[in-house]
Write a protein that binds this ligand. Structure first.
Ligand code: 13P
Length: 283
């Protein structure tokens, strides 16, 4: 079934589990991602960066995901990740995405609110969910997190104000994770997460899932994280398997056969993550 982010996350806070939001890097990956969720009887969020969305095409991507979702009774959401401008979001909404993220977190709070409200208004007219971000999630250099000084942690009082003012469906918070971190592990501020959880009532989102240990992922979920974004780890699994199969191949081998191990590697990573996030058998 094809559902919105609001729908797919609706019991997460109450039942203390998280739904994985897995970044699609190419269209080939998509069927294996859904297969993983089916094998675990788990809901799944498939998400794309604006760059991947442009590469595949919003309408093709949405058609493929909707078609695969229609054939199964597990819940599937298609989400646009980290869009910074209204036109990119409009294109996703107009092409049938069921969720979008507006990331205006680099702007001062009042401007972030203003930009986010504009997106919420448009998305609501089309029955589409909205995630937004407060604070800044760090970046990486060569897979290692840049120093924590670059992370602006989310302030609980700002989260309350932001949620009330914007009417968003999910909030991405900064508690120490970084995007693209795979050679080191994040040091998380569970105290900040707990404080934010206690004063909010919508699903909270953890970005940069690749750099978080399994133990910390579980701690985040019991402290109230509802959605965990995982991107780099899937890319690493896919490229590692593809390098091996293409490396051994003859030029007239079918590229289809060479891609199968790469897609399967992604499936196995997602199945494992679903177990860690506790979303199996929750459809
Ligand atoms: P990683 O690539 O670090 O897993 O982060 C993914 C993400 O947060 C996408 O928004």
């Amino acid at each position: 079934m094809y559902v919105t982010l609001k729908e797919i996350l609706k019991n997460t806070r109450r039942d203390k589990f998280a739904v994985g939001a897995f970044n699609i890097h190419c269209l080939e990956m998509v069927p294996s991602m859904i297969e993983a969720a089916k094998a675990k009887n788990s809901p799944i969020i498939l998400q794309v960066s604006p760059t991947t969305c442009k590469y595949i095409g919003a309408s093709l991507l949405s058609a493929v995901v909707k078609e695969l979702a229609k054939e199964t009774d597990i819940n599937v959401t298609l989400h646009l990740d980290h869009a910074k401008d209204f036109n990119t979001i409009k294109e996703a909404v107009d092409n049938g995405f069921s969720s979008v993220m507006i990331d205006a977190s680099a702007l001062p709070l009042e401007e972030n609110i203003k930009k986010t409200k504009e997106v919420v208004k448009y998305a609501a007219q089309h029955g589409v969910s909205v995630e937004a971000e407060l604070g800044t999630i760090g970046g990486t250099e060569e897979g290692v997190a840049l120093n924590n000084g670059k992370i602006k942690y989310t302030r609980p009082q700002d989260a309350v104000k932001f949620i009330e003012a914007t009417g968003i469906d999910a909030l991405a918070i900064a508690i120490g994770t970084s995007h693209g971190q795979y050679k080191s592990k994040a040091k998380l501020r569970f105290d900040i997460l707990k404080d934010i959880y206690n004063v909010t009532n919508i699903p909270l989102v953890l970005h940069g899932g690749t750099g978080v240990s399994e133990e910390d992922l579980k701690k985040c979920i019991s402290a109230g994280i509802s959605k965990v974004n995982i991107g780099t780890e899937l890319n690493i699994a896919w490229v590692t398997a593809a390098k091996e199969s293409f490396g051994k191949a003859k030029v007239n081998d079918s590229c289809r056969d060479l891609l199968i191990p790469a897609n399967y590697a992604v499936q196995k990573v997602i199945e494992h993550k679903i177990d860690v996030l506790g979303s199996s058998n929750r459809k």
